[in-house]
Design a protein around this ligand. Sequence first.
Ligand code: BDR
Ligand code: CA
Length: 311
Amino acid sequence: KIPLLIDTDPGVDDALALLMAFNDPRYDVVGLTIAAGNVGLEHTVRNALKVCEVAGCDVPVFAGCETPLLHPAPDAADVHGKDGLGDIGYTPAARSAEAEHAALAIIRLSHEHAGRLVLVALGPLTNVALALKLDPSLPQRIARFVVMGGAVTAQGNITAAAEFNIHFDPEAAHIVFDAFPTTDLADWEATVAHSLDHAELRGWLSAPNDRARFYEAISRQTREWSENRRGSRWFCADALAMAWVLEPDGGERVEARPMAVALEGRHSRGATVVDWRRQGGRPDNVRILLKYDQARFEAMIRGAIGAETEA
Ligand code: BDR
Ligand code: CA
């Protein structure tokens, strides 16, 4: 099995991505390292543990940094709920997080699975940046690094130019994209281009099993928010990133380019500046997802919530 380490800030779309990973028999999820982002760390840790419990998975969960490296940033509670999972008042999982810090767990697991470990970051990059500062040799032991983040044509979801995960901790993102020779980037524009149909999703979520029932409940508020604001399509960023993690060859169009993170500027902080025409002479450091096989993406989601056949 392929060892998979997931850094995440659950989060309604993170939760679906986790269910997808747990459902894939080709992967062994070796840990969840938890970031602050969508909501505060105490909630994202609690949410990760709950999703594990619902999926019947006892993977270790490691709490990470409580704040961005330098500057406080707004969360996304307006989208995901005050508790980050739709405020349904679920009973907390029986298990708690490990004592080891997420950044240290990333380093340790990279040694234990050196050369084979797939690392995916579904939240702000604070934990990964800290791990890199503690151990700059980390990228050498990672087989593949995938990030959900960035707005590659400056069509952000949190400011005009910036996407949430990068905007929450731009300094961390700068450290990470500078350190990894290659990052597979599932950006916000890819999310928008691979949206899901709300009505279809409702059908899948009516499947008679615990995972579907749980996911229907925790995502209801977010889906309603999205339907009111954006119409019939749902943008499920972390699920798309996870599809690309699990089935890389579903990526039908991927382009490598140099990319940098803007750290300053009222309008530009947190923007991911892609050198599409390679004018700056810097090496390519990201592979940008432009097109993913939508049918495979949707099949993985149905599998994750136990709705194998289309409703
Ligand atoms: C990203 O931001 C978060 O709100 C989501 O969980 C996703 O990781 C999308 O911009
Ligand atoms: Ca996320």
